[in-house]
Design a protein around this ligand. Structure first.
Ligand code: ADP
Length: 499
């Protein structure tokens, strides 16, 4: 017998090597979107000029191009919108049967489905989020919210037995820029289903899909004044909050502004719900399916550039799993495609605004200065627009700003733990309490953790899952009140006499 030299090395490398995929550009066409040069305010069923004539541009964060000029609503305009909502409420909407209100909501839902491509493209143009997210997440969920609450409109007395549920009146609704259309749907659908009318203020950097929704509302023949959409920045929001004619304020946004709004409404007897910031712990045990956990951790923090109040921005890893998880996370980070939001292969789009980019940069710098180790994969960024390389930090301690403050960007802070008790303690060591994630094979451990985590939502072996039937909201500085599900109707109803 002679020794045969092997010609091929059949040994398996310790770590599977990721193939370097090349992707050809796959841009979504913007032709379907018909932008107006200038938008008025949507009050009483039509677009009207603002009283003071103030305007501001809205830009694409990916190119810094001006997309359109929108109107700035001053106190007079806010007053006009609230009056329009009041008269629509008193003269028509509150007395309409639930089944009739439902017809309008179903109509809006169906039109959103029919025009979903147009909405998705516009959302990505104005906000910078990847088209695959606006197409596959924002739009289907926005339509689902209208469908879901349409289903409740004629069943309120079954949802709240032994009382006669009555609408609160006019709702002032202020929404942020991270999920512009979806947040509009979260606010409007339960309010209208319960018989309220609305004055909705979208965020100043992302007003365009709300203004397109105004067209849908016209198309659906909603009685004039039931939904009014006014654009503007913080001052417009503040004027709406301070207007005594808004019976209820619903706000989603930063904790700072939420605190201001709570102060402004305190003692007025007006209703308030706040959905604010978060600093969620995503907790991975050593018995978790590690490859799935890697995907969940990536989705938890890099979905929508990390502009997500419930983002899993603190990763807590069980020590025995740390080395493997970190290697895999770093490898996965290198495969994320950052760039043109309208490219169908893009995973991480543009940061929503220059101000937000600066805020992320400042917090990341603090992480480096305070002694944490930063890792960023090699990544080419476009020349224009606002971009941030997906980033992770190791060697993070609980006292670092990047472990305590909400970054609202694609930045993950990684810490470790040894026991479930330590994981709970670290996860709850935050002023926030919006969401958490647990990755483990053991069902009993999921339940044990979920009981102890002070968070409105606890995801198990998944993250960032939303369903209109499931209530969402926070503890502590993440706010109060729930959106979604039957719970989401309560803030919009008077349930006097309830046992
Ligand atoms: P972020 O800090 O993430 O930009 P904000 O909380 O400032 O989020 O914005 C969320 C929404 O709140 C936006 O529609 C914004 O215009 C509005 N807003 C900002 N300041 C105020 C305020 N003082 N009163 C009411 N609304 C405000």
């Amino acid at each position: 017998m002679t020794d045969v030299e092997p010609t091929t090395d059949l040994s398996v490398p310790a770590e599977p090597v990721m193939p370097a995929w090349e992707y050809a550009p796959a841009p979504e066409s913007t032709e379907i979107v018909r932008l107006r040069e200038r938008y008025g305010l949507f009050i009483g069923g039509e677009f009207v000029e603002p009283a003071t004539g103030g305007t501001f541009p809205t830009i694409s964060p990916a190119t810094e191009e001006v997309l359109a000029v929108v109107s700035e609503a001053g106190p007079e305009d806010v007053d006009r919108a609230v009056r329009a909502a009041r008269s629509a409420h008193d003269q028509h909407w509150r007395d309409l049967s639930g089944a009739e209100r439902a017809k309008y909501l179903y109509r809006i839902a169906r039109i959103l489905q029919e025009r979903s491509r147009e909405f998705a493209v516009l959302e990505s143009m104005d906000g910078g989020k990847p088209i695959k997210e606006s197409r596959d997440v924002d739009l289907p969920l926005a339509a689902a919210h209208f469908f879901y609450y349409a289903g409740w409109a004629d069943k309120l007395e079954y949802a709240f037995p032994h009382v006669e549920p009555r609408p609160v009146g006019v709702a002032g609704q202020i929404i942020p820029w991270n999920f512009p259309l979806l947040m509009a749907a979260w606010k409007l659908a339960p309010a209208l289903a319960a018989g309220n009318t609305s004055v909705l203020k979208p965020a100043e950097t992302t007003p365009l899909t709300a203004l397109l929704l105004a067209e849908v509302i016209q198309q659906a023949d909603l009685p004039p004044g039931v939904v009014n959409i006014i654009t503007g920045a913080g001052a417009t929001g503040a004027a709406l909050v301070e207007h005594p004619g808004a019976d209820k304020i619903a706000f989603t946004g930063s904790t700072d502004v939420g605190k201001r709004i709570q102060r402004a409404t305190a003692g007025t007897g007006r209703r308030l719900t706040l959905e604010l910031g978060g600093k969620a712990a995503n907790i991975v045990f050593d018995d978790a399916p590690i490859d799935q956990a890697v995907e969940g951790v990536i989705n938890g923090i890099f979905f929508n550039q990390g502009h997500v109040c419930c983002a899993g921005s603190r990763l807590l890893v069980h020590e025995p799993a740390y080395d493997e998880l970190l290697d895999k996370l770093k490898a996965r980070l290198g495969t994320l495609r950052v760039g043109d939001p309208l490219d169908k292969n893009t995973d991480v789009g543009a940061i929503n605004s220059r101000a937000q980019l600066e805020k992320i940069g400042e917090l990341v710098e603090s992480g480096v200065e305070e002694g944490a180790q930063m890792y960023q994969p090699p990544c080419e960024l476009p020349d224009r627009g606002f971009w941030f390389v997906p980033t992770l930090f190791t060697g993070v301690s609980q006292s670092h700003r990047i472990a305590r403050e909400e970054i609202f960007g694609p930045v993950l802070s990684i810490m470790t733990f040894r026991t479930p008790e330590e994981a709970v303690e670290k996860a709850n060591n935050t002023p926030y309490g919006l969401s958490a994630g647990v990755w483990t094979e053991k069902g009993s451990r999921i339940l044990w953790m979920a009981e102890r985590l002070r968070a409105g939502v606890v995801w198990a072996n998944t993250f960032n899952r939303f369903d209109p039937a499931s209530p969402f909201g926070g503890y502590k500085e993440s706010g109060f009140g729930r959106e979604g599900g039957v719970h989401g109707l309560e803030p919009y109803l008077r349930l006097e006499g309830r046992p």
